[in-house]
Design a protein around this ligand. Structure first.
Ligand SMILES: Nc1ncnc2c1ncn2[C@@H]1O[C@H](COP(=O)(O)OP(=O)(O)OP(=O)(O)O)[C@@H](O)[C@H]1O
Ligand SMILES: [Mg+2]
Length: 1098
C-alpha cells in the first residue's frame, strides 16, 4: 500500500498531511497550484477535501469513474469528490449513524457543482429498484427546479445560488436512498425587484419568457421579450451566452412533472411568476394632491386574472395603506414613491413565500413515509464568507453564518480534537488556533450583541435610523477588540472608515459594513455614503454597485407583522423619500434597519388572502399573526435558523469539502495566488492541516475498535474476556503496529496514519469473507435443519391426515361391505322364494355370476356334452335354453367348417354307423379311425390286373386274408372293388370276380373279429363259392362295398355261426365266439372257429 500511495503522488502531494513544510502557506499554495495546472483539482487534508474550481469540463465525472471509486478505500485512489462521497456512505452503512458534508467556499467556487456531483454519485452507486429509482429521480430533479427559482446570474457566478441549502438524503439499512428533505436559508428576495448591472433576476423568469409555450404565454399575458419587463432588465443582461433558458425551461417543466406537481400547481406557480413580472410593470402617477393613482393599466387586468383578485381591490391595496385609529380603520393614500416601495415589497413577498411553498412541495414529494429507522447524509451548500468593497446587511448575515459554521468546525474538529487528546492522556503539542466564539458572541449575545441592538432599534417607537443604531452599537461595543467604527478607531484606522460604517474583525479577516441605506449606481459611479452631518457624500467603488441590492429582505416570513405603532412608524428609507422621480425600478436601497424589518403592509396582505390562486392563498394564510404581535426581525429569525442548523449538524458526523476559486474571471487554467491565499486563510485550511498533522488520523473507543477488528487476532476472537483496552493492546501487537503508529489513550486507540488503518481494514476485509463463509455455513446448516424439521412436521401432519382419511374411507367401505354381505345373506336365505325386495339383488347377482362363469367355461366342442356348467335352480330353464342355443351354435360352426371330403367321410361313417352301431362289438373302436380312399395304391396292384380291370375303374382296394373254403388255409390277397364287381387278386392273377349282381350278401359276426363272408350267387358248380375273408379294415371295406355296389342292406350281423357255400350244394360254417385270446382254427366239427377277445380293437 505504501508503494501505491507514493505512486499516486505524481503531481505534488495528494494529501497535505504528507507535506513536509506543512506550516508554510506558500508550500500549501505551491502544491495546490502545481496540481491545479495538471487538472488535479482535488487534494486532501486528511479526510477534508479541497476542491479548486477548474472552470472547464474535466473528464473525471463519468460512470466509469464512479465505478472506480465505489467501495474503494479512501486513500487508495487519487483524491476525488466521489471518494469522499463513497467514504461517507460506507461509514454511514458500517456505523449506522448520521453524517453531513459541509461544502463551503465563496460564490462561484463550485459548491453547488460539488453537491450535485455527490448526489449523482449516490444516484448511481446506491442499490436501486423501480421504486427507489423514483426517489432517486426526484432527488436529482429537485436540483434544476430549485436552481431555476433560487439561482441567478451574478457577476461572480452565472448560476449563483441565492439561498442556502441543506439537503438530507435518507438511506435505509441496506443503503438505498429512500427519501430526502430540504431546508432553505435566506433567499435573496431583493433580486426580484432589483439587479445590479451585469446581473439577472432568478432564472425562472427568463426561462418562462424565453422557453414558455405560446399558449402558456398567451394565457399568462406575457410577451416573448424580456426587455418588456422592468424587473428583468435592470442588470442589462437578460441574455447570457453561457445560459440556455429554452433548454433549461424544458428541464424544469419535466422535473416538475417528476416531482409530482399537479397541472393546477404548475398553472398557479407560473401564474405567480407572471404576476411578479406584471407587478414590476405597474406604473403610478401622482394626482393633483400628489398621491399615487393607478390608471387602468393592462397589468392590473392580468394581475387580477392571474391572482384571482378583483382589479379594484388590487388597485386599492397598491395605492393605500390601512391605519388603525382608536376605534376605526382609515385608508391612507400613498405617495408615488411610497406606492413603488409597497409594490416592490409585495413582489418580493409573493416570490419569497412561493419559494418556501416550492421547497415544502418538493419535500412532500421526497418524503419517506416509512417509519423504520433511517440514516442520513446531509449536504450543506451554503454561501461562503463574503468580503466586498462595500458590505451591507446581507454580508453581515452571511459572514455571521460563516462565523457560526467556523464555530461548529472548531467544536467538531480543532477544539474537540485537542480536548480529546488531553482527556485521553495522549502526549500532544497544542496547536494554536483562533476560537471565534468571541465574534459569535459579539454578534448574537442577548441584549448586548449586534443583532439584539439592531432589533431594539428596529422595534422601538420614535425616530430610529441606521445612524441611531450605529451610535447605540458604539455605546455598547466600545472597546471590544473585534469591533471598531469611525468614532472608536484610532487615527490611522479612522482613515479607512466612513462615518456610517462599522468594522468587524472576523476570524477570516476584517470586514467593513455600511449600515446606512444606499442608492445603487451603475458601474463606475461614485458611492453614496452618509457623512457625520447626515449629508450625502461620494466615494468611488465599483464593487459597491454589485452589492447594494443584496437581500432587501431575507425571509419569507409568515409570522411577520407589526404592532400598530410599529406599522405606523414604518419609515421609508430616506433616499426613497428624497428621490425626485420614482416611477418604477427604484435604484434606492434600504439600510440595516429596513432590511431587518422586511415589512409588508397589512392591508396588502389582506388583499392577497382573497386570491383565488391556491399557492398565493396558501402563502398568505388567514391564520398569519398580524398587527397584534411584535414580529421577529430578519436577523433574529436568521439567528434562530442558524441555531437550528447547528443543532441538526451537531448530531451528525462532519465531513468537509472546501471549494476554492482560482480566479475572479471564471477562466480555466488561471491561478490567482492572492485570491487563493485569502480563501485558504479564511477557510482555516492551514489550521486544519496543522491539527491533522499533529494529530492522529483515526481514533475509536476501545470497545468499538475491538468489536470490529477482533476477528484478526486468535486471542480476541470470538470472545475476549478481559477489558477492551487489554484486548486492543493484544490485537495491535498481533497486527504488528509499530510504536510510533499508534497511541493508547484512556478510552480510545489513536492511529496516526490512515495507511495503518487501511492495512488493518484490508486484513479485516479478507478475514470478513472467511468469517462470513463460516457464519454462512452455520446459518445454512441451521436453516436447513429448520427446514427439515418443518418439512418433517409437515410430512407427519400430512401423513396423519392421509391415514385418517384412508381409515375413514376403509370404515365406510367396510360398513358398505357389511350391508352388502347382509343383503347377500338375506338374499341367499330367501333365494328360493319368489322374487322380492330381499332377494332380488341376490338373484340378480346369482344370475350374473352364473352367466359370467358360464361365459368363461363354455364347452370347447360339440362333443363336449358333459362340461356344461350346472345352473343354480333359478337358472335351470335359462341354462337349458342357452345350452341348446350354444349347441346349435357350435354345430353350425362345426358344420360350416366341414370340407366336402370330410363330409363324404362322415356320410360314410354315418352309413357304417347305421349298419354296425350296437351290433358289432368292435365297431366303436373303428369310429375314430378315419376312412381312406384306398388301402393299396395303384402302383402296388400288378399291371396285368390293372390292365384287366381298368375299364371298370377301381373304387377301393385293401389287403385281406383269404381262408380257403376247404381246409381254411390262409392266403394273402388283394380285395379290389370296381364299379361293377369285387375282385380277389393274387399278384398278377384275378382269383375270383364277384359281380355285384351276384352278391347275395355279406355276413359278419357281432364279435370283435374282422371276418367277413361274401355270399355269392353260385349256380354253376364250377364257379367258386362264398368267400371267407379277414380284413383289418373291415368296417371301411364293407361301407365302401355297400356304396359301390349300391347294396346298403346286404350286410348281415350274425351271432354264433355263419353258413356259407363252399360250392353250390356244399356248405361250410364259420363259428364265432369270444375267447381269451384271438384265435382262428379248424374246429373238430370241421367249422372254422374264430375266437375273439372281448371288445378289443383290431
Ligand atoms: N468541478 C467542476 N468542474 C467544472 N466546472 C465547475 C466545477 N465546479 C464549478 N464549476 C464551474 O463553476 C461555476 C460555479 O459553480 P457553482 O455554481 O457550483 O458555484 P457556487 O460555489 O455554488 O457559487 P454560489 O455561492 O454563487 O452559488 C459552475 O457553473 C461551473 O461552470
Ligand atoms: Mg451555488
Amino acid at each position: 500500500m505504501e508503494g501505491s500511495l507514493t505512486a499516486r503522488d505524481r503531481v505534488g502531494i495528494q494529501d497535505f498531511v504528507l507535506l513536509d513544510a506543512y506550516t508554510s502557506e506558500s508550500a500549501f499554495l505551491d502544491n495546490l497550484r502545481k496540481r491545479f495546472h495538471e487538472n488535479l483539482i482535488y487534494t486532501y487534508i486528511g479526510t477534508l477535501l479541497v476542491s479548486v474550481n477548474p472552470y472547464k469540463e474535466l473528464d473525471i465525472y463519468s460512470k466509469k469513474q464512479m465505478d472506480i471509486y465505489m467501495g474503494v478505500n479512501f486513500f487508495e485512489l487519487p483524491p476525488h469528490i466521489y471518494a469522499l462521497a463513497d467514504n461517507v456512505y460506507r461509514t454511514m452503512l458500517a456505523e449506522f449513524n448520521h453524517h453531513f458534508i459541509l461544502i463551503s467556499g465563496e460564490s462561484g467556487a463550485g459548491k453547488t457543482e460539488a453537491s450535485k456531483k455527490i448526489l449523482q454519485f449516490y444516484a448511481v452507486s446506491c442499490p436501486s429498484t423501480k421504486l427507489l429509482d423514483n426517489v432517486r429521480d426526484r432527488l436529482l430533479l429537485s436540483n434544476p427546479v430549485l436552481e431555476a427559482f433560487g439561482n441567478a446570474k451574478t457577476l461572480k457566478n452565472d448560476n449563483s445560488s441565492r439561498f442556502g441549502k441543506y439537503m438530507d438524503i435518507q438511506f435505509d439499512h441496506q443503503g438505498a436512498a429512500v427519501g430526502g428533505h430540504i431546508l432553505s436559508y435566506l433567499l435573496e428576495k431583493s433580486r426580484v425587484v432589483h439587479q445590479n448591472h451585469g446581473e439577472r433576476n432568478f432564472h425562472i423568469f427568463y426561462q418562462l419568457v424565453e422557453g414558455g409555450e405560446e399558449d402558456l404565454l398567451r394565457w399568462l399575458g406575457l410577451e416573448r421579450n424580456c426587455q418588456q419587463y422592468s424587473y428583468l432588465v435592470q442588470g442589462d443582461c437578460a441574455k447570457v451566452s453561457s445560459i440556455n433558458d429554452k433548454t433549461d425551461w424544458k428541464t424544469v417543466r419535466k422535473a416538475l412533472d417528476v416531482i409530482d406537481f399537479s397541472e393546477s400547481n404548475i398553472e398557479n406557480l407560473f401564474g405567480i411568476i407572471a404576476s411578479v413580472l406584471h407587478l414590476g410593470n405597474v406604473k403610478f402617477e401622482a394626482d393633483h394632491r400628489g398621491y399615487a393613482v393607478l390608471n387602468n393599466s393592462p397589468e392590473i387586468h392580468w394581475l387580477s386574472k392571474l391572482l384571482g383578485i378583483p382589479a379594484q381591490v388590487l388597485q386599492k391595496g397598491l395605492t393605500h395603506r390601512k391605519i388603525e385609529a382608536k376605534t376605526e380603520e382609515v385608508l391612507s393614500p400613498f405617495t408615488v414613491e411610497h406606492a413603488v416601495y409597497a409594490r416592490d415589497a409585495l413582489a418580493k413577498a409573493i416570490y419569497g413565500r412561493t419559494f418556501t411553498w416550492l421547497v415544502n412541495k418538493i419535500n412532500e414529494s421526497l418524503a419517506n413515509k416509512d417509519s423504520s429507522r433511517k440514516t442520513v447524509i446531509g449536504l450543506l451548500d451554503i454561501y461562503g464568507f463574503e468580503v466586498f468593497h462595500v458590505n451591507s446587511f446581507e454580508q453581515f448575515c452571511i459572514n455571521y453564518c460563516n462565523e457560526k459554521l467556523q464555530q461548529l468546525f472548531i467544536e467538531l474538529t480543532l477544539k474537540s480534537e485537542q480536548e480529546e487528546y488531553e482527556m485521553e492522556g495522549i502526549e500532544w503539542e497544542p496547536v494554536p488556533y483562533f476560537n471565534n466564539k468571541i465574534i459569535c458572541d459579539l454578534v448574537e449575545e442577548k441584549y448586548r450583541g449586534i443583532i439584539s441592538i439592531l432589533d431594539e432599534e428596529c422595534l422601538r417607537p420614535g425616530e430610529a435610523t441606521d445612524l441611531t443604531f450605529l451610535e447605540k452599537l458604539e455605546g455598547t461595543m466600545g472597546g471590544h477588540p473585534h469591533f471598531v467604527t469611525h468614532k472608536l478607531a484610532d487615527q490611522k484606522t479612522r482613515k479607512t472608515l466612513e462615518r456610517g460604517d462599522f468594522r468587524l474583525l472576523h476570524y477570516a479577516g476584517e470586514v467593513t459594513y455600511c449600515v446606512v441605506g444606499e442608492r445603487g449606481f451603475p458601474l463606475g459611479h461614485p458611492r453614496l455614503s452618509l457623512s457625520s452631518s447626515n449629508s450625502l457624500s461620494l466615494s468611488n467603488s465599483v464593487a459597491h454597485t454589485l452589492l447594494l441590492s443584496f437581500f432587501l429582505s431575507l425571509f419569507p416570513c409568515p409570522r411577520l407583522g407589526r404592532s400598530n405603532t410599529v406599522q405606523q412608524s414604518l419609515h421609508i428609507p430616506t433616499p426613497y423619500l428624497q428621490s425626485p422621480s420614482l416611477n418604477h425600478s427604484p435604484l434606492l436601497l434600504p439600510g440595516f434597519l429596513d432590511k431587518n424589518n422586511d415589512l409588508l403592509y397589512r392591508n396588502i396582505k389582506e388583499v392577497m388572502r382573497q386570491s383565488k390562486n391556491a399557492i398565493v392563498k396558501h402563502c398568505f394564510p388567514s391564520s398569519e399573526p398580524d398587527s397584534k404581535r411584535r414580529p421577529e426581525t430578519v436577523a433574529t429569525q436568521f439567528k434562530a435558523s442558524l441555531v437550528g442548523l447547528a443543532e441538526i449538524l451537531m448530531t451528525k458526523e462532519p465531513w468537509y469539502v472546501r471549494c476554492l476559486k482560482p480566479n475572479d474571471g471564471k477562466q480555466p487554467g488561471r491561478f490567482d495566488d492572492v485570491l487563493v491565499r485569502h480563501q485558504v486563510k479564511y477557510l482555516g485550511l492551514m489550521e486544519h492541516l496543522r491539527v491533522r498533522r499533529a494529530g492522529f488520523a483515526y481514533r475509536r473507543r476501545y470497545e468499538v475498535f475491538l468489536q470490529r477488528y477482533k476477528p484478526l487476532c486468535p486471542d480476541t476472537w470470538p470472545n475476549w474476556k478481559g477489558t477492551a483496552a487489554e484486548g486492543v493492546e493484544l490485537l495491535v501487537k498481533h497486527l504488528g503496529y509499530k510504536p510510533n503508529e499508534y497511541k493508547l489513550g484512556r478510552t480510545k486507540i489513536f492511529i496516526r496514519h490512515p495507511r495503518t488503518l487501511f492495512a488493518t481494514e484490508d486484513a479485516f476485509e479478507i478475514c470478513k469473507h472467511e468469517l462470513a463463509t463460516r457464519i454462512q455455513a452455520k446459518y445454512k446448516g441451521y436453516r436447513e435443519k429448520e427446514n427439515f424439521l418443518k418439512q418433517k412436521e409437515a410430512a407427519t401432519k400430512i401423513e396423519n391426515c392421509w391415514r385418517g382419511l384412508k381409515a375413514r374411507k376403509e370404515r365406510e367401505k367396510r360398513a358398505w361391505a357389511v350391508k352388502v354381505i347382509k343383503r347377500f345373506i338375506k338374499g341367499f336365505m330367501t333365494r328360493n322364494q319368489p322374487t322380492c325386495l330381499d332377494n332380488s339383488e341376490y338373484l340378480a347377482f346369482v344370475r350374473q355370476n352364473y352367466l359370467t362363469r358360464l361365459k368363461d367355461n363354455l364347452p370347447k366342442s360339440v362333443l363336449d356334452q358333459n362340461t356344461w356348467l350346472t345352473p343354480p335352480p333359478i337358472m335351470q330353464e335359462t341354462s337349458q335354453l342357452l345350452k341348446a342355443l350354444y349347441t346349435r351354435h357350435m354345430v353350425r360352426k362345426y358344420v360350416r367348417g366341414v370340407t366336402p371330403q370330410k363330409k363324404m367321410q362322415l356320410q360314410l361313417k354315418g352309413l357304417t354307423s347305421s349298419m354296425f352301431k350296437g351290433r358289432k362289438e368292435n365297431y366303436p373302436y373303428s369310429v375314430c379311425r378315419p376312412f381312406v380312399d384306398t388301402r393299396i395304391s395303384e402302383e402296388d396292384i400288378h399291371i396285368k390286373v390293372l390292365q384287366t380291370i381298368r375299364h371298370e375303374r377301381i373304387k377301393y382296394s385293401a389287403p385281406v386274408v383269404k381262408y380257403d373254403r376247404n381246409g381254411f388255409r390262409t392266403r394273402f390277397r388283394q380285395l379290389i372293388f370296381t364299379q361293377t364287381a369285387a375282385y380277389l387278386v393274387e399278384e398278377a392273377k384275378v382269383k375270383q370276380r364277384v359281380e355285384y349282381n351276384a352278391l347275395k350278401g355279406v355276413s359278419v359276426s357281432n364279435l370283435s373279429d374282422n371276418f367277413l363272408i361274401l355270399h355269392v350267387t353260385c349256380e354253376d358248380i364250377k364257379k367258386k363259392g362264398d368267400l371267407v375273408l379277414q380284413c383289418d379294415f373291415l368296417f371301411e371295406a364293407l361301407t365302401k362295398l355297400c356304396v359301390v355296389a349300391n347294396k346298403q342292406n346286404c350286410i348281415k350281423v350274425v351271432q354264433g355261426s355263419v353258413r356259407f357255400d363252399i360250392q353250390p350244394g356244399r356248405e361250410g360254417f364259420v363259428d364265432f365266439k369270444s375267447g381269451q385270446e384271438f384265435m382262428v382254427y379248424r374246429a373238430k366239427n370241421g367249422h372254422l372257429m374264430v375266437e375273439s377277445t372281448k371288445a378289443k380293437s383290431r
